[in-house]
Design a protein around this ligand. Sequence first.
Ligand SMILES: *Cc1c(COP(=O)(O)O)cnc(C)c1O
Length: 387
Amino acid sequence: MGVPVLDLTRQYASIREEVEGAIREVFETQHFILGQNGASLEKECAAHLGAAHAVWCASGTDAILLGLRALGLRRGEGVLTTSFTFFATAGAIHNAGGYPFFADVDPDTYNLDPKAVKRFLEHECAPGDDGLPVHKVTGRTIRVLMPVHIYGLCADMDALNDLARKHGLKVLEDACQAYGAAYKGRRAGTLGHLGAFSFFPTKNLGGSGDGGLMTAGDAALADHLRMLRVHGSKERYMHDEIGYNSRLDELQAAVLRVKLPRVDGWNAQRAEVAQCYHEGLDGLAQVVTPSASAGFVHIYHQYVIRAERRDELKAFLQERGVGSMIYYPVPLHQQTCFRFLGYRDGDLPHAEKAARQVLALPVFAELRREEVDEACAGIRAFYSGSR
Ligand SMILES: *Cc1c(COP(=O)(O)O)cnc(C)c1O
């Protein structure tokens, strides 16, 4: 039996009629941009997440980019984030005019480690004239702290928010993998000043193309985001600042509105799949399974194990028809395009080690019990040497 790493056709089969009806309605109106579906989606997401404001945009990458602009990031200023994430996290920092700084991750959660953040802010930086930390080597002011809720598990936000408050930093949550995840009773995207979400089709709340969302607690911030996404304009043909064309179209919004009421159920099914893996892999010495501490609701956007001889295991599973993926094989501080930042191998040991050991197993709401068992059997067979 083959086990796909992700099969979106199963989800589609369960909502086909509603999706097709919603799409047909948009075509009947021929109103594709800036319409009722987008406006309603914002209200529905805000209510669902418990955010004061939600603002759509064209992608998760844009959500970060516009978010950083709205938080007042100035050209050349630093954003402190994790190196163990999807490329867009740091790509958006650069494209917003900022300069990425990386702190290491917690080896248990793969999320930004508050201890590493503290070390960076208190040892590698000194307070500048306006109180913000200034990086001692580059002389750059750090304005934003950007944790990423990697794999659908929130970062340790109390500790990170405390550090941000102490050092005058704004906090942007890259929640692109964490729609619906929660931390101490609050949802991802409501834990900092601003949240960024992606509706890329393979995300746990995915559209039928690109899409993104920003959440904000502050009305002025939300207004600014709404302006930035339409070329910096509030009144048509009047431009107060230079913004972007970053729109979520009505077709995407219509599809997402069908999916939104189901996302908590799907996330719960993901957690059930995770539970099956926990049990199926229990006691296997060569594998570390993911876990969430009390107070965290992990939505398992990915189910990622740490595995001995990871690359061999992946190839072995592939031969048996069991899909798996490596998120992410190269941390961002080791990417060619970021060499100019001056990081060296060994600078972020936990991120580098994770990149060598992590393996994402198939996980989606419709994945069947016997498929999880098949994946677990493959992993056990590999380590027992019975090939
Ligand atoms: C997917 C993702 C993004 C980018 O989202 P897009 O919608 O693809 O632009 C950013 N950060 C993280 C952590 C992601 O997983």
